[in-house]
Ligand binder design. Sequence first.
Ligand code: FOL
Length: 187
Amino acid sequence: CKKMLKFNLIVAVCDNFGIGIRGDLPWQIKSELKYFSRTTKRISDPTKRNVAIMGRRTYFGIPANKRPLPERLNIVLSTTLKHDDLPDDVLLFPNLESAMQHLESVDLKDEIENVWIVGGSGVYAEAMSSPRCHRLYITKIQQHFECDTFFPNIPASFREVSPDTDTPLGVQEENGIKYEYKILEKQ
Ligand code: FOL
């Protein structure tokens, strides 16, 4: 059997485990969003690109002028959307496993470097329970925010590892909001 295609997950979470409110992010932290962009775009082989997989609500929560996320293959997971509801360069699948099997099957596999799961709650839960899940890139925002969507419980099999050389170390701060980048890896 060939090697199973893996993915990483990226999320920003506040003190009360919130990730979203009314279809938007609960906070405005430009430098943190830049970290998201930089991390999900980063490739070592310039002939390849990364993939960003997200649920319908996450996709439409991205500002219209920022989506599809540039320099990444965007995949939306939904059982209610039709292809006509999305731009031609965005792929639509009913669930995470069918999207991963598509990426594994076709000659597409050689053109892809990293697969990133970018939310929301339902997709994060499916991702963390999958054997394909490698690392969790979690930004811990050290404040309470009003939220209506939350990050699911992290399985006990994930352990903190020392950060990437590209991940800023220690407590960061923007507009008085303190936050810290963490990386967890499946044991
Ligand atoms: N992970 C982390 N660490 N922070 C986040 O804000 C985050 N957000 C989502 C998923 N994982 C995350 C989902 N929501 C954009 C907006 C919302 C969003 C994801 C991405 C967005 O506009 N992205 C642009 C950034 C442009 C900029 O630098 O302002 C991109 O090109 O990635």
